[in-house]
Design a protein around this ligand. Structure first.
Ligand code: LER
Ligand code: MN
Length: 273
């Protein structure tokens, strides 16, 4: 298992509450490496504004990997989502997803995340919009296959979404899509709110062969160890089921983005040597 943290790419100017580290992009890469992280999860908003070669250089010259390309900041800043009420916005979101997949391939990132960026059924016309999401995910997974990356769907709690709240629901939708390149991302913070057990979903998703990425945040969305989630139990469940992917810190940048990054790795390195 490897450790990463979520941070924004240079074109993102608005503060993202769950993005870690301060300074220029290059400075943040140096800080992440110095703290002992293995990788970074890049929260991208406008992929067409990025200088991909510069990013690749700044990440790799400090010995980091791009653990994932995250879509979550797109909805937060631009209000663009796959299930937007306006079909034109939804179309733009699908184009943005394509661009994130291309970016992941260019940066050798294995994963593109789809959490709150999927939008809500309620916005897109109710339960019928489920089929629309299935189609978009299937097309996205097909594009990911062509580019040698994989998509992960993230259950998000009921206050932030209305489709795929639990791991079981996520696995069901993934089965419906039926594509080799669509899997699951489990976020400990969302799992703590929605699941009956905080460890079983990790085992179930691993047993299904679909757990490809994990987000870390404690019950209060602070760094692990500062709330009441059983992180030793989760890491044990992952380790016993053979998880080799990233555990990526996506949590509130409190008391500040650097302190939260430091506290997270200090706690997690005891569990993931
Ligand atoms: C949002 O709460 C979250 O967990 C993100 O990963 C979703 O895009
Ligand atoms: Mn998350």
């Amino acid at each position: 298992m490897k450790l990463a943290l979520a941070t924004t790419t240079p074109e993102v100017k608005t503060p993202i509450p769950v993005a870690l580290l301060t300074g220029s992009f290059g400075e943040r890469m140096q800080k992440a490496a110095r703290l002992g992280y293995d990788g970074v999860e890049l929260m991208v908003v406008r992929p067409d504004e990025l200088r991909v070669d510069d990013i690749h250089t700044q990440v790799s010259k400090v010995g980091l990997e791009v653990a994932a390309i995250a879509s979550g900041a797109i909805y937060m800043t631009d209000k663009v989502s796959l299930l937007a009420s306006d079909p034109e916005v939804s179309r733009r979101a699908a184009i943005r997803l394509d661009a994130l997949i291309d970016l992941a391939a260019a940066l050798e990132a294995p994963i593109v995340t789809i959490g709150s960026f999927r939008g809500r059924l309620a916005w897109a016309g109710g339960t019928e919009a489920r089929g629309k999401l299935v189609d978009i995910l299937r097309m996205g997974a097909e594009k990911a296959l062509r580019q040698g990356v994989r998509l992960v769907l993230e259950p998000v709690n009921r206050y932030e979404g209305d489709i795929v709240i639990t791991a079981e629901e996520g696995l069901g939708l993934i089965e419906e899509v039926g594509h080799s390149h669509l899997g699951l991302l489990l976020d400990t913070y969302h799992a703590n709110i929605e699941e009956s057990s905080v460890t079983d979903p990790f085992r179930q998703a691993m047993a299904a062969g679909r757990l490809w990425h994990v987000h870390l945040g404690d019950s209060n969305r602070l760094p692990p160890g500062q709330g009441h989630i059983d992180f030793p139990g989760i890491v044990a469940a992952l380790s016993e089921s053979g998880y080799q992917g990233y555990l990526s810190a996506e949590l509130l940048a409190r008391p500040d983005p650097d302190a939260a990054a430091a506290a997270t790795i200090q706690y997690m390195r005891q569990l993931v040597p």
